[in-house]
Design a protein around this ligand. Structure first.
Ligand code: ADP
Length: 258
């Protein structure tokens, strides 16, 4: 049985085709979130890659910030539920999930069946989200996917003292004007995001295994800084940005196979 998950985020649309609730048959990811053509493109590509048509799907589950604007879904489910299920499928030992997306960060506690049992969220401030990194990458004129390579080269990370994104932007510009090394600045920027989210995470009992999801998890600089800030190992999968879509597909399978 094929089930389909669609995650329409604030910046990016993601899809996953799951077979029998276990095999990830195909995935897709398009920059362009809610209100764009990103979702339609992601749907088309995931089906094409899987070599199946919409009629072959047992059901479609939509999640994410833009889920209420998507037509044709059988189920619409919160991203907290879907990220927890996605994490459970990839890492069954995961009990704490740290999800950093384009405009918010969430810390989710889950049980041994992948059900969310508690969560904390920051959706009030851009610091500690992908938005902060996107703004800083813009100032440094670096593609977002390059940040981790720079962070890995840093000799002495520059500490970013402003917690507000707008002030941090001025701080980075003045550091650049003062001749700061780009790699050191990038490492400091990654540490700043990790520190913000780690302080959110510490307000909850951090049961191992801890795992990261969301687009920001793809940045190895943030992952390394998070491990340092939390003092624990953080699991990572190359599917990290797709956990919501994968979990949505798993949700559909659980509904249809019950
Ligand atoms: P949303 O669901 O809100 O759209 P995502 O979980 O898809 O958020 O994450 C989007 C964020 O991921 C972007 O704001 C960006 O900072 C980050 N990102 C996207 N691609 C990469 C990449 N290749 N490397 C590092 N970070 C990335």
């Amino acid at each position: 049985m094929y089930t389909f998950g669609v995650d329409i985020g604030s910046t990016t649309s993601k899809c996953a085709v799951l077979k029998d609730g276990t095999d990830i048959v195909s995935t897709s990811l398009f920059v362009g979130g809610t209100g764009t053509r990103g979702a339609a493109q992601a749907v088309e590509e995931a089906l094409l890659k899987a070599g199946i048509a919409r009629d072959d799907l047992a059901c479609v589950t939509v999640t994410g910030y833009g889920r209420n604007r998507f037509e044709g879904a059988d189920y619409a489910v919160s991203e907290l539920t879907c990220h927890a299920l996605g994490a459970h499928l990839i890492f069954p030992e995961c009990r704490t999930l740290i999800d950093i997306g384009g405009q918010d960060a969430k810390v989710i506690a889950l049980n041994d069946r992948g059900r969310m049992t508690n969560f904390l969220m920051n959706d009030k401030c851009a610091a500690g989200t992908g938005r902060f990194l996107d703004v800083m990458a813009g100032i440094l004129q670096l593609p977002i996917g390059e940040l981790e390579r720079y962070a890995a080269r840093a000799a002495a990370p520059v500490s970013i003292s402003s917690t507000c994104t707008v002030f941090a932007e001025s701080e980075v510009i003045s550091q650049l004007a003062g001749g700061a090394d780009t790699a050191d600045l990038v490492a400091g920027i990654c540490e700043s995001v990790a520190a913000r989210v780690a302080s959110l995470a510490r307000r909850m009992e951090l049961r191992p295994a801890v795992c990261m999801s969301g687009g920001v998890a793809r940045n190895g600089g943030v992952r390394a800084a998070m491990e340092k800030a939390l003092g624990q190992n953080v699991l990572y999968s190359e599917h990290a940005q797709l956990f919501g879509a994968i979990g949505a597909a798993l949700y559909g399978w659980q509904k249809r196979s019950a």
